[in-house]
Design a protein around this ligand. Structure first.
Ligand SMILES: *Cc1c(COP(=O)(O)O)cnc(C)c1O
Length: 383
């Protein structure tokens, strides 16, 4: 008997055995069709009718992601934002939502406007502290707790099991933005989460050439059906070529995440206490306030993302970023190339992001080169 390939790296590399059954090609086919043949009795012998609700090219990535997350089902979306917004749009006006103060800024900004427009109650709380989350619950009204851990761009850590318990006691759901850890480091469903969200644009695809998103669910229940209907009705789906590229990118996720984690840990340890830095923010450092929770809830590493706070405020941070030669100055994260970004100039004045912060996304280059580049750049920071 052959062993079942249950290790995530094996599932990923083999894309669960995805291939083209028509030609026996070892990679799956792209299905560009927007419409599908009906039989004489008007049934759909291929199981597909039209491309807005489903595209057969999605199947491989959706099944693989659901398996990795330990989820019942997964759905691809056209972007991380379209995946996340579908969850909030599935709520009823009058429902109450708890979300983090520190989270992906684009979603926080959208959520503030949407909550006002849709009549959702919204509390943005310090999600490092489960007591603050519990205190924000409005009995009978709270329907969703949204979490992100480690959270952009300061990498605060949230205890998912504690939040799941608070949510479920209140009759609410816990949804988790799992973009940064990926299912290789954190599987939120194991900690009690009901919904998992990804910007597939980041690590899952990993090559900065596909915009995509995904949701996975612990249970295919009525709430999940509403989400699926929102995707179908809005056509919030990636194109078939993007879905195909996504599965292709996912096959190397194991190697990329392993390298990014090792590099981030090395950078954090190397630059901690550096004379040109105020702080290194990385949950893999034992001095990080969320380290103990992260060590319990993450497996195999603390992620490929870290931030540094540069001495001399925004001017110091911008001077360092301007002098970098190998790190690419660009937004986004999770690609094979290392990226650096001054988040303060993106997030605006009402963001909790400090102005002296540079966010670093470790790619798969050699860590020695990345360290040397950052060292020389910090020499350009005025003493
Ligand atoms: C990029 C990102 C998003 C938004 O995803 P898009 O694919 O850009 O729409 C959401 N959450 C996190 C943590 C992200 O990094």
């Amino acid at each position: 008997m052959r062993p079942d390939p249950t290790h995530p790296d094996t599932l990923l590399a083999r894309a669960q055995g995805a291939h083209d059954p028509a030609t026996h090609g070892v990679v799956p086919a792209v299905h560009p069709a927007t419409t599908f043949l009906r039989a004489g009795d008007l049934s759909y012998p291929g199981g597909h009718s039209y491309a807005r609700p489903f595209n057969p090219t999605f199947d491989g990535a959706e099944t693989l992601l659901a398996t990795l997350e330990g989820a019942a089902q997964a759905l691809l979306f056209s972007s991380g934002m379209s995946a996340a917004t579908a969850v909030f749009q599935a709520l009823e006006p009058g429902d109450h939502v708890i979300a983090p103060q520190v989270m992906y800024w684009g979603l926080r900004n959208w959520l503030k406007g949407f909550a006002a427009q849709w009549g959702l109650g919204l509390d943005l709380v310090d999600m490092r502290d489960p007591a603050a989350v519990a205190a924000a619950v409005r009995p009978g009204r709270t329907r969703l707790i949204w979490a992100e851990t480690p959270a952009n761009p300061t990498w605060e850590v949230t205890d998912l099991a504690a939040c799941a318990e608070i949510a479920h006691r209140a009759g609410a759901r816990l949804a988790v933005d799992n973009t940064v850890p990926t299912p290789l480091l954190t599987r939120p469903v194991e900690h009690g989460a009901d919904i998992v969200m990804h910007s597939a644009t980041k690590y899952l695809n990993g090559h900065s050439d596909v915009l995509g998103g995904a949701l996975a669910t612990a249970r295919a229940d009525g709430f999940w059906e509403r989400i699926a209907a929102i995707r179908a009705n809005q056509g919030a789906i990636p194109g078939p070529f993007e879905a195909w590229l996504l599965l292709r990118g996912m096959r190397t996720l194991g190697l990329r995440v392993e390298r990014a984690c090792a590099t981030a840990q090395r950078l954090a340890e190397h630059f901690a206490g550096h004379p040109k830095l105020e702080a290194v923010l990385y949950p893999g450092l034992p001095t990080h306030p969320g380290h103990a929770v992260a060590a319990r809830q993450m497996r195999g590493g603390f992620g490929g993302m870290l931030s540094v706070r540069v001495k001399g405020g925004a001017a110091g941070a911008v001077a360092a970023s301007a002098a970098l030669r190998i790190w690419t100055r660009a937004t986004s994260l999770g690609g094979v190339e290392s990226l650096v970004e001054h988040r303060g100039s993106i997030e605006g004045p009402d963001s909790p992001c400090p102005q002296d912060l540079l966010r670093l996304s470790c790619g798969i280059e050699h860590a020695d080169d990345l360290i040397a580049d950052l060292e020389q750049a910090l020499e350009h920071v005025p003493a």
